[in-house]
Design a protein around this ligand. Sequence first.
Ligand code: GLY
Length: 375
Amino acid sequence: MHNNIDEVVAKVADKFRRTVPEAAKSERVPYGSGAGKWIESPWKLGNSWWTAGFWPGMMWLLNALSPEDVFHAEAVRTTELMTREMRVFRHLNHDVGFMYMLSCGAKYKLEGDEQARWDALHAAALLMNRFNPTENQHNGFIRAWDGREQLGYAIIDCMMNIPLLYWATRETGDPRFARVARIHADTAAREFVREDGSCCHIVEFDPVSGEKVREHGGQGVAVGSSWSRGQAWALYGFTLLAMNTGEARDLATAEKIACYFARNIREDGLTNCDFRQPADVYRLDNIAGSCAACGFLELAKLTGKAEYREAAEKLLDGLIDHCCDFGGEYCGILTHCTAAYHDDNVGTHTNITYGDYFFVEALCKLKGVDPMLWR
Ligand code: GLY
């Protein structure tokens, strides 16, 4: 790649060294940042919002990239906030993978903390309990959300949650976690991934039979479109699946999705919010680009194929050249992150913390210091 990674790492560490102390004054982890300030999630759910694990996760990664008290102390402090959140968590959603692998799972992995291990295992049990068994057992799926009108909803994002289940099986020897993950992944490969390697965001199933009822457009343009963050979740999620199972069919699915993603990276290395958005619409989502870069880097390692490494480098050069704020506007780094194609109230072309998380994870991979919190 044409950017010098050591220089980028130094700028990232310098920026967060300056801005983390302000975040450390709050009991709520940042969802993103605006001009000169950290911003909480707009959903008023505080640390129960699905993105809350990315902040402690990023602190663990920053501490791997540039070991410093400011990062370590904030990693420990906010992992404890997530432990506390587990006691009052009033949701049964599937995003406990995102939330607890990157916080408690990380603390156990990096520091051997026993309570953190139990909290991550409880999160895994909660996720396994989301499994919707069906009349035809091969149609089973992990239910995404809690609403009565969403009984049969599953979403592609869950591919990033199920690594928690594989971890729990390895950790406890109990095969049920991995079995549930296997059935969900097979359903996702069959029902979400299209012939050309693109994926839909939401599939609604009949919760009794498991038959597909319909697709929903979700956070992309519409039914039949190709929301880029969903593609990124699928790319990295199926790559992690292949790492967890060692199965050729999982690797084949990951590669099919990766080739589709690579064909859709813009000339400037940035990522449109939906790969099928109208040609005259300028709407980027750099969270998708930074997450996909991580997936491509892992896939390159798994397959030995240079084209995946090249795709990751194109994405990262695009981000560094055009969309990194190393100066003073945002507290975070990546600009042009977009939460959803149609909802301007939740963040459009702004800094959102999980974009930064994946950017920092990609830097850790390039520097050879990634603790690989997803496994
Ligand atoms: N998992 C929800 C999102 O990617 O916005």
